[in-house]
Write a new protein. Structure first.
Lengths: 321, 318
């Protein structure tokens, strides 16, 4: 089993004074870019909900001191990306946001949200670029990965990686909306696609992580890192049937030698909810992101209410093997 | 090219469909059988919330189009599941024979919050000789992409030179004149190619030049090969005012190509011998061109977007 040491709850948007309206609460889906002197953490926030329960999501970033990751040295005061135009897939939200550095620029894949009538929303994955990693510009009004024959809706939770000169996009898709306690809920499953150029994607067209809780298990945040000869994936999962009641959402783990065939081994994950009464992560931990600095492995993760009060940092003791 | 009008061949209001549906017989598309011609179309039901849902039905006509010999009495294609691209209607449907099977590309509609709808193109297959169709997947085979952000519909598929070609339309923008208006859409004709009819590569371009202005809306491309030339029939209208003002309403357009890639718009070379008649004098739309024996025919809708049925024309000399 891995041994993660929780360092602390490092960012809570609700405690920031005079914060922008769109940063009212939530700091979801942390993903990093590593620079010489700092680690840039992208995350997604929400303004207050409208009376009808609707909300928008906006991605932004903060910078952590690379010598002391608990120290925030900068918090951006504007979103990295504008919401989409009228009728576009990303008109009402850009969340999550997954960046990658290329030879000449930064690219990011993000999930765009639109509102539907019979179900609350649909989601597809868009692409944007930046020269400075602060302001991103969309490369088109439409998505780069959207609904397809066997992935009919909610193409979400992108994590972009490059391994062996090939881009890999890990993401989730829905397959069926179910009516559970008068709410429309769906099970999301982890999927993947690969691409030479980042624009034209070949989907694996299958669920790559086996279910543990059965068909109603939802999975998200398929975060992959290559270390010690294999690919490690940390993700989160929950029961779409009982989630609203139990609020229980926790982390899973899988590994692969070839990025195609994955072996799930949750017993190795080595991190779970806190036991302390007032901890920000005593009901759930979600949306893991694992990264390496100076040969040390760190994890950012969300706490209760899927990151309403932000994210925490943990450090791996020992090796990712 | 001169066309002879054969008149309105299907009148919804005098049809048995009036018992089961509210109105409309839109986008008629033909599939030729040994003894009859089957014409699929989309007709409408009204939901509790007063909104319409399009359902596919068909009639079979004699090969001289003078007699309806059979018609559908049951569901031809079910609507999509909750949250799917085709949950709120299928319009149009494009039937096509591929080897010994009958397939149909569907345009599925799903309601949206900030704009009325979004759409995608799905694929269905029939195991009972075209009486009913089942989808081969819950999702679309052609949907929004980076430069075609929404409203992918009106797929028309034919195989030419061992390659599948799909002509379809894609949305360019949603826009309105004043704040009080509902948003209206602008859409153009594009195409994609495929080896298997399932996985498509979009050309990512608008292939028919505008005649009205940059906001011209183009729809329902339908293509036929006559000798060595490809002929495309489609409809087009102004972005605004098209529902009530007949000068802005749908009318039929025409283009030709020798390579399926470069199209020359030539509406002037598309002429009807007859004057407009009562059922199509305000509007002509949703054309479908097909061959029967050695003749070329064109199905199309008339006034009110096909509310009252469809008619037929025949190409005078090929």
């Amino acid at each position: 089993m891995f041994k993660w040491k929780k360092i602390r709850h490092i960012f809570n948007p609700t405690t920031i004074e005079n914060r922008p309206i769109w940063m009212n609460e939530f700091a979801q889906a942390p993903n990093t870019l590593i620079f010489e002197n700092f680690v840039r953490v992208y995350f997604s926030c929400r303004p207050r909900r409208l009376k009808n329960g609707q909300f928008t999501t906006h991605s932004t970033f903060l910078d952590l001191d690379i010598k002391d990751l608990t120290k925030i040295i900068y918090i951006s005061n504007k979103p990295v990306l504008k919401l989409g135009k009228k009728g576009c897939f990303d008109e009402f939200g850009t969340y999550p946001f997954s960046p990658i550095k290329t030879n000449d620029r930064f690219l990011a894949f993000y999930a765009g949200w639109t509102r539907c009538v019979s179900v609350p929303f649909d989601i597809a994955i868009g692409i944007c670029e930046s020269k400075d990693a602060k302001v991103y510009k969309k490369l088109g009004d439409g998505p780069v990965l959207s609904a397809s024959l066997n992935e009919p809706f909610t193409i979400s939770s992108p994590k972009i990686r490059k391994f062996n000169d090939m881009y890999y996009l890990f993401y989730v898709s829905g397959s069926k909306w179910n009516l559970i306690n008068n709410r429309k809920e769906m099970a999301l499953k982890i999927r993947a696609a690969k691409s030479v150029d980042g624009f034209n994607w070949t989907r694996f067209d299958k669920n790559i992580i086996e279910d543990k809780l059965g068909l109603t298990e939802s999975q998200a945040s398929p975060d992959v890192i290559f270390k010690n000869g294999k690919y490690h994936m940390f993700f989160d999962y929950w029961s779409s049937e009982s989630f609203r009641k139990t609020k229980y959402r926790t982390l899973g783990y899988a590994y692969s030698k070839d990025l195609i065939n994955w072996t799930r081994e949750d017993s190795k994950v080595g991190i779970t909810v806190s036991q302390e009464k007032n901890a920000f992560d005593n009901e759930m931990i979600a949306y893991p992101h694992v990264f390496e600095i100076d040969k040390k492995i760190y994890m950012l993760y969300l706490g209760n209410e899927v990151g309403r009060y932000g994210f925490g940092l943990a450090k791996l003791e020992g090796e990712l093997t | 090219m001169k066309w002879e009008k054969l008149g309105q061949i299907f009148d919804f209001d005098k049809s048995p469909f009036k018992k089961r549906f509210v109105s409309h017989a839109q986008s008629p598309q033909a599939l030729v059988f040994d003894d009859f011609v089957r014409i699929y179309f989309s007709t409408r039901k009204k939901e509790d919330n007063e909104l319409f849902i399009s359902h596919v039905q068909f009639i079979d006509t004699s090969k001289d189009f003078k007699k309806i010999v059979n018609y559908s009495e049951n569901e031809v294609i079910s609507l999509g599941n909750l949250g799917c691209f085709d949950e709120h209607g299928i319009f149009p449907i494009n039937p096509v024979r591929i080897k010994d099977k009958i397939y149909a590309y569907t345009s599925g509609w799903a309601r949206r919050d900030s704009v009325a709808i979004d759409t995608g193109i799905g694929l269905t297959v029939s195991n009972d000789n075209g009486n009913t169709f089942k989808r081969i997947g819950e999702g679309p085979v052609l949907s929004a992409t980076l430069h075609e952000p929404f409203l992918i519909l009106d797929g028309f598929v034919r195989k030419f030179n061992d390659v599948f070609y799909m002509f379809y339309i894609f949305g360019k923008k949603w826009t309105k004149e004043t704040k009080q208006d509902k948003s209206e859409r602008v859409y153009k004709i594009g195409y994609a190619t495929s080896i298997d009819g399932i996985n498509w590569v979009k050309a990512n371009k608008s292939i028919i030049e505008d005649k009205i202005d940059e906001n011209e809306c183009q729809a329902l491309p339908s293509v036929i090969k006559i000798r060595e030339r490809y002929h495309m029939y489609f409809c087009y209208r102004s972005m605004l005012g098209f529902r009530k003002d007949k000068t802005k309403a749908y009318r039929l357009g025409y283009a030709y190509s020798d390579d399926l890639i470069n199209w020359i718009r030539d509406d002037n070379n598309f002429v009807f011998k007859e004057q407009p008649s009562a059922w199509d004098h305000n509007m002509m739309c949703y054309p479908n061109v097909f061959k029967l024996n050695s003749e070329v025919y064109l199905l199309y809708n008339g006034n009110d977007f096909g509310k009252h049925g469809f008619g037929l024309a025949r190409l005078e000399n090929i």
